[in-house]
Design a protein around this ligand. Structure first.
Ligand code: FNR
Length: 162
């Protein structure tokens, strides 16, 4: 039996630290877990007017979430909250009302920042919304990685004591 973990990265930046951390975590998953990045960059901004005829990328995204056994969010912090692109993804897959793709799915959150508090504010905001959409968010272990820019080597791998 193999478990598929959908990984959502809260940054669209080409050299995103969050993406590097997501890939580093993915490499460390146990053998029977497979991490797959789910692209959230092309999702149209959520607009309730589009719900009657949702854009194809919304439908594809919802299916990708549904087909994952669990999801991992790896996010930076923007202004003590989560980047809009990640909130948009949460909203898109939370609908149609009562049939959201997140419902009952195991979820985990990892935040990081070059700053010292490791995106704690983003993580807490994300937890609030994730619980609201029905994700079964792990309470522990907690993951707030400060000084992220100092721990990645040239290959994007996590170095040293980590
Ligand atoms: C930031 N950054 C930031 N960092 C932090 O620790 N707390 C914060 O509230 C914010 N706010 C914030 C807002 C905006 C609009 C930007 C662009 C940046 C800095 C942020 O942690 C840094 O740019 C990271 O490198 C972004 O993550 P990625 O893109 O490297 O994954």
């Amino acid at each position: 039996m193999s478990y598929s973990i959908g990984i959502l990265v809260g940054s669209l930046r080409k050299d995103s630290f969050s993406k590097k951390i997501a890939l580093a975590i993915s490499k460390k998953l146990p053998e029977d877990f497979e991490g797959k990045l789910i692209d959230i960059s092309r999702l149209a901004l959520f607009n309730q007017d589009l719900e009657a005829e949702p854009p194809q990328e919304w439908l594809d995204f919802r299916e990708e979430v549904k087909s994952s056994d669990g999801v991992l969010f790896v996010t930076p912090e923007y202004n003590r909250s989560i980047p809009a692109v990640l909130k948009n993804a949460l909203d898109v897959a939370s609908r149609p009302y009562g049939q959201g793709a997140w419902q009952g799915k195991p979820g985990a959150i990892a935040s990081s920042s070059p700053g010292k508090i490791g995106g704690f504010g983003a993580s807490q905001h994300l937890r609030q919304a994730a619980v609201c959409v029905g994700l079964e968010v792990m309470g522990s272990p907690e993951f707030y990685l400060g000084g992220v820019h100092e721990i990645l080597d040239g290959n994007g791998d996590v170095s040293g004591a980590y």
